[in-house]
Design a binder for this molecule. Structure first.
Ligand SMILES: Nc1ncnc2c1ncn2[C@@H]1O[C@H](COP(=O)(O)OP(=O)(O)OP(=O)(O)O)[C@@H](O)[C@H]1O
Ligand SMILES: [Mg+2]
Length: 242
């Protein structure tokens, strides 16, 4: 299920250094992601995947080109407007989870809603709803240290969804997980895709193809392949065992 363009980039560029030390991390890339699309970005280490994700989510500024989110130019935004946009419209998921160790699962999930000014009661209700969605209501009061890697990442995904973001940007979300936990997370992304959540996921895991509508391959800061995937219609993620 895809709709109008949600995320777009033209001539998007991020360079580091100069002269012989110049690195073109992202090199004049054009991209258009329709609302509801699940896009996987793959490519070798150092090809610019994380940089691309950071530019698209307003975590980093481009050195050239333009980025639009929901029709608004974000590359020119003030720091303040950008911070608000990240809080309200973008959900980030990282390889290393980035949960607060001293907060329980439910407290981690509700934190950004509280910071955004929501009432504690509503924030808690919504957090519990999200934990239910990722299959972890019964772990709501656990600290991250008492959760498995896959469970931690599911909490991080629930947190990323807490402000109903326009887009979820995930950077190697299964990079620190074993095979079983990876499948938990892939199933969850499959559910998000079915629910129409726009999702960009950077990954080394070819199984992510099972939950993506489209796959872009990067090399040296440019896109070398952009494919629509047939897997989008094939239903749930399988773990190889029949
Ligand atoms: N702050 C920086 N200063 C200089 N070069 C940088 C900086 N950050 C990233 N780079 C370079 O930009 C390129 C792209 O880095 P990026 O982290 O986007 O790659 P990646 O595809 O995410 O790699 P990985 O799969 O290892 O995470 C790399 O060559 C990297 O060395
Ligand atoms: Mg990276």
């Amino acid at each position: 299920m895809t709709g109008s363009t949600l995320l777009a980039a033209r001539g998007l560029t991020r360079r580091y250094g100069r002269g012989s030390g110049l690195v073109r991390a992202v090199d004049e890339v054009d991209l258009s992601v329709p609302a509801g699309q699940t896009l996987a970005v793959m490519g070798p280490s150092g090809c610019g995947k994380s940089t691309l994700l950071h530019l698209l989510g307003g975590l980093q500024r481009p050195t050239g080109g333009k980025v639009w989110l929901a029709g608004r130019r974000i590359d020119m935004m003030s720091e303040r407007a950008l911070a608000r946009l990240r809080r309200d419209s973008v959900g980030f998921v990282f390889q290393s989870f980035h949960l607060m160790d001293e907060l329980t699962a439910v407290e981690n999930v509700e934190l950004s809603a509280l910071l955004a000014g929501q009432s504690p009661r509503r924030a808690r209700q919504r957090a519990m709803h999200l934990l239910d969605r990722v299959g972890l209501v019964d772990r709501a009061d656990h600290l991250p240290s008492a959760l498995s890697g896959g469970q931690r990442q599911r909490v991080a995904i629930a947190r990323a969804l807490s402000n109903q973001p326009l887009v979820v940007l995930a950077d190697e979300p299964t990079g620190n997980l074993d095979s079983a936990a990876t499948l938990e997370v892939l199933r969850l992304f499959d559910d998000l895709r079915t629910a129409g959540q726009t999702l960009v996921v950077v990954t080394h895991d070819t199984r992510i193809a099972a939950v993506a509508d489209r796959m872009i391959t990067m090399r040296d800061g440019v896109f070398v392949d952009d494919s629509r995937l047939a897997s989008a219609a094939t239903g749930p993620v399988h773990d190889g065992r029949r």
